[in-house]
Design a protein around this ligand. Structure first.
Ligand code: UT7
Length: 323
């Protein structure tokens, strides 16, 4: 049985750090409110010349170096983003070109904060279907460019960045002891689309628009949707919370992360939290967190790692993999 095994990982952040104190001079907010309600202490914000493609390229190069590979070894690039450099072409082809790769294929997937889960799921389907051997999956975002910087209910929450992994086809036995992706679970329900959306687009207003969110409504649904896809991953593989080495959640809000872990009986020592450092970086948040925990030695080869996310759409999903 073919498995999609993580061969390398990497990440990239903009140069500029913006602290909660910095935001106090822009909108009516406080470090205390932001930390208490979200756990965020700082975020990185893209400056001149830094774009989704440039951050994605840097994360991709780091992942290639980590894997000991070059772009010549890849068959496919999947970029999860909701903040493309241009409406079209896909930012993935921009990154493909920046990497000097002119073979194979590259495309974007758009599932907002769940984008990385949707990207890994797509890559896994390509690999298990025999259509690709090595897939670079990137989550890269510049949400700062979609924010209404006069709206304190949203502008304090988000940040920019990129993370990437390389998935490689390897032969497995079909059991849970295999390295690689063991199960993926995807969901969406467009009935919730107006709770978290951007109020512009090429086919409606002809503008880029700004992010709008009913935060309390999103919050209300988050824990239930996250536990749904985690329980589905456990059911599909016959595993339980006790088997997990690490939970690497989408980093939107510390209270959502803690609430989901508690509901599932996952001790907080097994949860990777980076929301304090990066804020909510949408599709980039999970690969950024993976990069932190794999680089500092917490996530080791053979560990059972659960990824989950929930976001605009709504979309939500999970990936259970052995690192
Ligand atoms: O990534 C994908 C999905 N996104 C999420 O997961 C976000 C989900 N939602 C959340 O994380 C939370 O709902 C927020 C962090 C956005 C807000 O926290 P909350 O505890 O739900 O606060 P709230 O919206 O109920 O607002 C409480 C109060 C309000 O004042 P009043 O009406 O009680 O007087 C807000 O106006 O806090 C006020 N407020 C602020 N105060 C200081 C809202 N934003 C701020 C702010 N600084 N930045």
């Amino acid at each position: 049985m073919i498995r999609s095994v993580v061969r390398g990982f990497g990440a990239a952040l903009p140069k500029q750090v913006v602290t909660n104190a910095d935001l106090e001079s822009r909108v009516d907010t406080s470090d205390e409110w932001i930390v208490q309600r979200t756990g965020i202490r700082q975020r990185y914000i893209a400056g001149e010349g830094e774009t989704t493609a440039s951050l994605g390229e840097a994360a991709a190069r780091a992942a290639l170096d980590n894997a000991g590979l070059t772009a010549a070894d890849l068959d496919l690039i999947i970029l999860a983003t909701s903040t493309p450099d241009n409406t079209f072409p896909a930012t993935a082809v921009n990154i493909q070109n920046r990497l000097g790769m002119h073979h194979g294929a590259a495309f974007d997937v758009q599932a907002v904060c769940s984008g990385f889960i949707f990207g890994v799921t797509t890559a896994d389907a390509y690999i298990r279907g025999g259509l690709a051997k090595r897939v670079l999956v990137i989550g890269a975002e510049t949400f700062s460019r979609l924010l209404d910087w006069t709206d304190r209910t949203t502008c304090v929450l988000f940040g920019d960045g990129a993370g990437a992994i390389i998935l490689e086809a390897q032969e497995g036995t079909g059991s849970n002891s295999d390295r690689g992706v063991l199960t993926t679970q995807l969901r969406s329900d467009g009935a919730h689309r107006e709770k978290l959306y951007v109020d512009g687009g090429p086919s409606t207003t002809g503008t880029v628009g700004h992010l709008r969110m009913e935060g309390r409504e999103v919050f209300k649904h988050a824990v239930g949707m996250i536990t749904d896809v985690i329980e589905a991953a456990f059911a599909a593989t016959g595993t339980t919370a006790d088997d997990l080495d690490w939970l690497v959640p989408h980093q939107a809000n510390r209270r959502i992360i803690d609430g989901s872990a508690k509901k599932l009986g996952i001790p907080l020592e097994k949860v990777v939290v980076t929301v304090d450092l990066h804020g909510n970086t949408s599709a980039a948040s999970i690969p950024l967190a993976l990069n932190v925990a794999a680089s500092d030695g917490r996530i080791k080869k053979g560990d059972l790692v659960l990824l989950e996310a929930m976001g605009g759409g709504f979309t939500w999903g999970s990936v259970l993999l052995r690192w």
